[in-house]
Design a protein around this ligand. Structure first.
Ligand SMILES: [Zn+2]
Length: 184
């Protein structure tokens, strides 16, 4: 195959050795392979299962594999800790009000990086750069309590349409198993 009109792959990139270039170059190469086998599933933007999953960004948590999800099934909203910040509420509000989701699943996990931080992180940052960040670190000690707090923030948000099906879990990075956290 020579040049295609739809892809912005540079000419000759298919023969380029994978070892050269940055990690991003590697990802872009992988995408060309993905796109070559991709067929338009013809879906619209509304998640098939009407669910939004809020989870930690942790690299060991493969949400689609761990939850048996397929392309188009859900919204995934991720950040450090899976914390329900104002921006997560923003995404959930759009998810529910514009794109029809009704259920919220919150997933934190064992051995989270936020367990080893404290709010001192914020102070140290301020000392270093001369400016205090507007955001909280949201470090925690008790993962169950952190999940409960996340559930509470979703349930009490005035912006969300559906807060009756909100469940929280801890994913075990060693076993791959989810454990549900009692909201009480
Ligand atoms: Zn984490």
């Amino acid at each position: 195959m020579s040049m295609t009109t739809s892809a912005s792959v540079p000419a000759g990139s298919t023969d380029a050795p994978a070892s050269s270039g940055t990690v991003t170059d590697r990802l872009v190469e992988a995408n060309a392979q993905y796109a070559a086998e991709f067929t338009d599933p013809g879906m619209d933007a509304r998640p098939v299962l009407n669910v939004a999953v809020v989870a930690c960004m942790d690299a060991r948590l493969d949400l689609h594999a761990a939850l048996g999800l397929d392309l188009g099934d859900c919204h995934t909203i991720r950040n450090a800790g899976g914390v329900v910040t104002d921006d997560v509420i923003r995404s959930l509000t759009i998810s529910q009000r514009a794109l029809g989701t009704r259920s919220v699943v919150l997933i934190h996990h064992t051995n989270c990086g936020l367990e080893s931080l404290t709010e001192d992180f914020r102070h140290e940052l301020e000392m270093e750069v001369g400016q205090r960040p507007a955001w909280a670190v949201e470090a925690f000690r008790d993962v169950d309590q952190d999940v409960r707090q996340a559930m509470q923030r979703v349930r009490t948000s005035p912006f969300l349409l559906h807060t009756d099906d909100v469940r929280g879990f801890v994913f075990d990075v060693k076993s791959g198993l989810l454990r549900e956290v009692d909201p009480a």
